[in-house]
Design a protein around this ligand. Structure first.
Ligand SMILES: *[C@@H]1O[C@H](CO)[C@@H](O)[C@H](O)[C@H]1NC(C)=O
Ligand SMILES: *[C@@H]1O[C@H](CO)[C@@H](O)[C@H](O)[C@H]1NC(C)=O
Ligand SMILES: *[C@@H]1O[C@H](CO)[C@@H](O)[C@H](O)[C@H]1NC(C)=O
Length: 363
């Protein structure tokens, strides 16, 4: 009798230890009958996305007034559902970027290897590496990433979008004429040469121009833009590129390439391909921007994300008539893997999806 009780006790203790062990250790562990893989998926997210916030945060958030920005919320929710998350990753490259070791060993788009010289030149010209005093002094920042999806049309979200502290827009997505649906505030526009606005009059006066460098050539292009030099050739780009960016160097930033690396290899789980760009291992700019926000914003929302392939005649983008059915199989991106990642973020409550295009009927 006594024997049996101690066995039971031991068993209980054992499984508690095992749980603790699983929780605190990394991916490779398998225990008899207790498999890490039954708790976490291949990328390291909980299979059941039911990770809870630490109690002290719950108490703190309960004390806040309804709708107030919750300090640390996105990162805490992320960590609860994806324990490998490490928040520390600055938004933009700054003169200390060489100390951020996670990007030193990879070439673009995943890092800065062999681009140090041009990056140093660019950084010494831009001289600014943050969001600006007003935003950086906030003790809690809300951010929204505006995807370019047609799903934004006729939802009249513009006013609510403008209430975010940081509004991130991507590539050439226009604001003028679409304010009712997409808002009028642009804190930053993240882009690459082929995606950048080409008509100089369409640039907003009050926003940061942020380069997400997908190849070494993109940094060379940025040098031309920063120093206002003529671009002689568009060789090496996959379509036409902006020839001028009418922004002062002090309004130009370089996005930390760590977000491309982390989105691709860790969060979405795309092929590593020896750290080189290869088939289906480049995340879309939208996924990169969301990854950036998880590290740098207290609350993260998105709008205009998600394609509904069941409505091939619906507009692909909110600003043009191209239809959903025009989407082509992409060599660089893996839209279906990426969608799984976005779905996890929404299901776990890490990000809020204001247009509900990510889940469809799944949430
Ligand atoms: C929440 O508010 C109560 C009452 O105002 C206060 O006693 C408590 O310390 C607060 N808790 C936190 C975590 O701020
Ligand atoms: C949006 O509303 C306008 C005006 O009511 C309508 O003409 C248009 O078809 C709507 N667009 C979509 C995509 O629903
Ligand atoms: C996307 O990922 C899935 C699962 O890993 C794979 O089967 C598929 O071939 C990939 N597609 C592309 C375009 O790389």
């Amino acid at each position: 009798m006594k024997m049996k009780r101690s066995c039971n006790l031991l068993l209980g203790l054992c499984s508690m230890l095992a749980l603790g062990f699983l929780y605190y250790s990394s991916d490779r562990i398998t225990l008899q009958g207790w498999d890490y893989r039954s708790l976490y998926d291949k990328e390291g997210f909980l299979n059941k996305l039911d990770g809870k916030l630490p109690l002290e945060l719950i108490h703190m958030y309960n004390n806040l007034s309804e709708g107030a920005c919750r300090p640390g919320y996105a990162a805490a929710k992320m960590t609860a559902n994806y324990p490998k998350f490490n928040k520390e990753a600055p938004m933009f490259l700054d003169p200390n970027y060489k100390q951020f070791s996670r990007i030193g060993g990879y070439s673009p788009p995943f890092g800065v290897k062999s681009q140090e010289k041009i990056i140093d030149i660019l950084l010494s010209a831009t001289k600014n590496y943050d969001l600006g005093e007003e935003l950086d002094s906030l003790s809690c920042k809300t951010c929204i990433i505006i995807g370019n999806g047609g799903i934004l049309t006729n939802k009249s979200l513009g006013q609510r979008i403008d209430q975010f502290d940081v509004v991130v827009r991507l590539n050439e997505a226009p604001v003028k004429g679409f304010e009712k649906d997409v808002g009028s505030k642009t804190t930053m526009r993240i882009t690459y040469p082929e995606g950048a606005i080409q008509k100089t009059e369409r640039y907003e006066a009050q926003s940061l121009f942020v380069l997400s460098a997908f190849k070494a050539l993109d940094l060379k292009w940025l040098r031309h833009m920063v120093f206002k030099q003529r671009l002689h050739s568009a060789d090496g780009f996959w379509k036409s590129v902006a020839r001028q960016v009418p922004r002062e160097p002090s309004d130009i930033r370089i996005l930390n390439p760590y977000f491309i690396q982390e989105a691709s290899f860790n969060l979405i789980g795309l092929p590593h391909n020896n750290g080189q760009m290869g088939r289906g291992n480049i995340p879309t700019l939208g996924a990169v921007a969301i990854t950036m926000a998880l590290h740098n914003c207290d609350e993260v929302a998105v709008a205009g994300f998600g394609y509904d392939m069941k409505t091939p005649n619906a507009p692909l983008h909110y600003y043009e008539k191209t239809k959903m059915s025009a989407i082509k199989e992409s060599w660089t991106h893996n839209i279906s893997k990426e969608k799984e990642f976005l779905l996890k973020l929404v299901k776990a409550g890490i990000i809020q999806d204001w247009t509900k295009g990510i889940c469809g009927k799944k949430c």
